[in-house]
Design a protein around this ligand. Structure first.
Ligand code: HDD
Length: 764
């Protein structure tokens, strides 16, 4: 199996990683030793000491690699220096007067080190503090010249480097990944006409319609100000108090209470630009667009009980998954689809396209696939890249433009503003991860931490002293805003008000709920029940149920029942008494289960339980078959380390049931071998492991003697194997038939879950 693991693709974009020249994958479970050929401090030449070493770039794969080389530091084989480049002889002791005497103030090495350390932390993002990111590229399928002149869409096959940061919204920087929350999906395109940021979420609508309400929303959802609880959770009074008083949030609540708020992986969630944007072609003609990212691996989520449990042993669950997929060469990939429509079409819709609480059903405006996004390189340094990256909705390029969405308008202001504090001044655009790959020329000067050294005495325009440079690019090359019609009616003048269609708060909430499969509807009801059960003020719970009645009577009833609310409160009054009949009453595309993905199991984590005396041959054949499909198939024992199989061969458990509990895996293989099964049956972890796998509707392959373990876990299905076979995601097989069974198992794992097994409350 180690040979197999070694044959797995190892990220070819990081050949220099771990100090190896040829990018070999580290062996499973082994720590990486620097090869003895690396220079040591004693073999260093003096000249090499102050030189910065860039990592090797794979040409054409990712153009951001090269601009960042300027600042990459690789210290292998280098001596320590101060920030002034002075070599440090002794990094252990401060400078003292005699070994037992006082430390001297002149110790500039100590003082520099401590002073820098004292200032290592910067403020975290006010929202989306917790995040993980990766480099990659966007590749255009075909030129989109008919609708846009934007650089990434110019030619078929054109690749634009990107940096993508995924995040949760509510929790602090160190909070758990598996919180029930919206996920940020922010993409920075380093185009050859400047940086374009598409700062989206994994949910295509938002809680509020106007940026004026954003600080209130965030104050309500963040930990409560008096005691700073709860962390990474919306299940508390202030959040539900606010949203139940803001009926416009009903639609978004449906999405956030759905399984989309607990994705299995960043690689298995959608992304959306949310707002309506514009695209503009060479002729200056514009159309409206909505941006959709669809994961090739399908949309898969966790179940709530699983998400809660994962947050204990692995708060970094999504960060780790993203990192490991990329290191293993199982690159997360998404297709970009556009919904393109004209202003005239928009006027006919029953909803307002400037309202960020509304979607455009795909049945009304279908998705046009235009390219793919591939994440193929992990950052070199979390702080320098993932933490310092600054996204901004104002960053657009020729060919892209805004709509008048009032939520977007506030965002265009907010992002730069917040970065000025977070990143310490107005020059954060010069931080390497934020700098465009094209050159920057303007007359902006000075400010904290200026990096560029502008030459000459001219810092104004127009000028004659510098020959008029830098000069205005003109309309042919420079950015020109779409001369969009302003619809404001004259009699209205300046107003603080909303367009009429914004007042329909429930039609699309109903559309979303009714487009879900029964399993997904149950999960939504359960999520509302859980969240509201954490609300201590009964009136808030009731008001939320009253609000839900306007969207779905069935959902409201279910939630009320789960909370012991009887009779149902009257529905909240409607802001718009008679909303127009919607174009689409049901949209199957809104169901997560409608996008199972490409059927691959690459990147899935599968546990194969082992103990001494395990029947090794069948188990290793199963492992090999899983690894061949790109899955991460790990041998999990009562303890880690080597153990002997029934035939005396030595295998190595690289995880234990204690350090990697069952809920961290997507599927489970139980081994044959009577001695091993007897040993596993003696370990209480085994039963927990199997029960969690079963409760979370995961696929289990039961080989030979392991049937006993199923019985030990109290699983009713063992009572009637023939009924269970193939119908519950459980596969039973004699070890001799493992080959045939594994094919069935792999097909099941690709389906992710067998929800037919789910019960509320759980039986097991
Ligand atoms: Fe925002 C961060 C997405 C509304 C103000 N937002 C932030 C990030 C994402 C979003 C993904 C993290 C970017 C990163 O990884 O660094 N925000 C959204 C979406 C919204 C939205 C999809 C609605 C459609 N945001 C929104 C509004 C405002 C902000 C209405 C303010 C008026 N958002 C911010 C911010 C943040 C931010 C305060 C915090 C940190 C940062 O910008 O860099 O400016």
């Amino acid at each position: 199996t180690q040979a197999l693991a070694a044959a797995m693709p190892f990220n070819p974009t990081k050949p220099g990683e771990h100090g190896f020249a040829n990018g070999v994958q580290p062996q499973q479970g082994a720590s990486v030793q620097p090869p003895s050929t690396l220079p040591t401090a004693s073999t260093l030449s003096e000249g090499a000491m102050s030189e910065k070493v860039g990592s090797q770039a794979i040409p054409g794969l990712n153009a951001t690699t090269e601009p960042l080389d300027r600042v990459r530091v690789d210290s292998s084989g280098r001596a320590l220096t101060t920030n002034m480049g002075v070599a440090i002889a002794d990094n252990q002791d401060s400078l003292k007067y005699g070994t037992r005497g006082p430390v001297l103030l002149e110790d500039f090495i100590l003082r520099e080190k401590i002073t820098h350390f004292d200032h290592e932390r910067i403020p975290e993002r006010i929202v989306h503090a917790r995040g993980s990111a990766a480099h990659g590229f966007f590749e255009c399928y075909e030129p989109l010249r008919d609708i846009t002149k934007a650089a990434p869409f110019r030619q078929a096959g054109k690749r634009t480097p990107v940096f993508v940061r995924f995040s949760t919204v509510q929790g602090e920087r160190g909070s758990k990944d598996t919180a029930r929350d919206v996920r940020g999906f922010a993409v920075k395109f380093y185009t050859d006409e400047g940086n374009w940021d598409l700062v989206g979420n994994n949910i295509p609508v938002f809680f509020i319609q106007d940026a004026m309400k954003f600080p209130d929303l965030v104050h309500a959802v963040k930990p409560e100000p008096h005691h700073q609880m709860p962390q990474a959770a919306s299940a508390h009074d202030t959040f539900w108090d606010f949203v139940s008083l803001m009926p416009e949030s009903t639609h978004m609540l449906m999405w956030v209470m759905s399984d989309r708020a607990i994705p299995r992986s960043y690689a298995t969630m959608q992304g959306f630009g949310v707002h309506t944007f514009r695209m503009v072609n060479e002729a200056g003609e514009s159309v409206f667009v909505k941006f959709h990212w669809t994961p090739i691996a399908g949309t898969h989520s966790l179940v709530w009980d699983e998400a809660v449990k994962i947050s204990g042993p692995d708060p970094d669950y999504h960060r780790r998954d993203l990192w490991e997929r990329i290191e293993a060469g199982v690159y997360p990939e998404y297709e970009l689809g556009l919904q393109v429509f004209t202003e005239e079409e928009a006027e006919q819709f029953t909803f307002d396209i400037l309202d960020a609480t509304k979607i455009i059903p795909e049945e009304l405006v279908p998705l046009r696939p235009v390219g793919r996004l591939v994440l193929n390189r992990n950052p070199d340094n979390f702080f320098a890249e993932t933490e310092q990256v600054a996204f901004c909705t104002a960053n657009i390029i020729p060919g892209i433009d805004f709509s008048n969405d009032p939520l977007l308008a506030g965002r265009i202001h907010s992002y730069v503003d917040t970065q000025i504090t977070r990143l310490g001044g107005p020059n954060f655009h010069e931080i390497p991860i934020n700098a465009p790959v094209v050159q920057v020329h303007n007359n902006q000067r000075d400010g904290f931490h200026r990096q560029a050294i502008p030459r000459g005495r001219v810092s104004y325009e127009p000028n004659s002293l510098a020959g008029g440079c830098p000069f205005q690019a003109g309309a042919a090359q420079g950015f020109v805003s779409v001369p969009a019609r302003i619809e404001a009616r004259e009699e209205q003048g300046k107003v603080r008000a909303k367009p009429e269609k914004f007042a329909d708060h429930y039609t699309q909430a109903r559309l979303f709920f009714e487009s879900q499969t029964p399993v997904e509807q149950d999960h939504i009801a359960n999520a509302f029940r859980f969240e509201l059960s954490k609300v201590t003020v009964p009136a808030i719970r009731e008001r939320t149920v009253a609000m839900l009645r306007n969207a779905s009577e069935e959902l409201a009833k279910n939630v009320a029942m789960g909370l012991g609310i009887d009779p149902l409160p009257d529905p909240l009054p409607l802001a718009l008494e008679n909303p127009p009949e919607p174009e689409v009453a049901k949209s199957p595309a809104l169901s997560l289960l409608s996008r199972p993905g490409d059927g691959s199991i690459a990147g899935r984590k599968i546990a194969l339980l082992v103990a001494p005396g395990v029947e090794g041959e069948s188990l290793q054949a199963v492992q090999a078959a899983l690894v061949e499909q790109g899955a991460v198939a790990r041998l999990v024992g009562g303890r880690i380390g080597p153990m002997k199989t029934a035939s005396g061969e030595v295998i190595d458990a690289d995880a234990s049931m204690e350090n990697e509990p069952g809920f961290l895996f997507d599927a489970l293989v139980l081994p044959d071998g009577e001695e091993a099964v007897a040993a596993l049956a003696q370990d209480g972890h085994t039963v927990e492991f199997i029960k969690d796998q079963f409760r979370h509707c995961k696929m289990i392959l039961v080989l030979g003697a392991s049937e006993l373990l199923m019985a030990k876990a109290g699983l009713p299905v063992t009572m009637d194997k023939s009924q269970a076979q193939g119908r519950t995601g459980l596969t039973f097989a004699a070890a001799a038939q493992a080959d045939a069974a594994v094919a069935q198992f792999i097909a099941d794992v690709a389906k992710h879950r067998h929800f037919g097994r789910e019960m509320d409350p759980p039986l097991i």
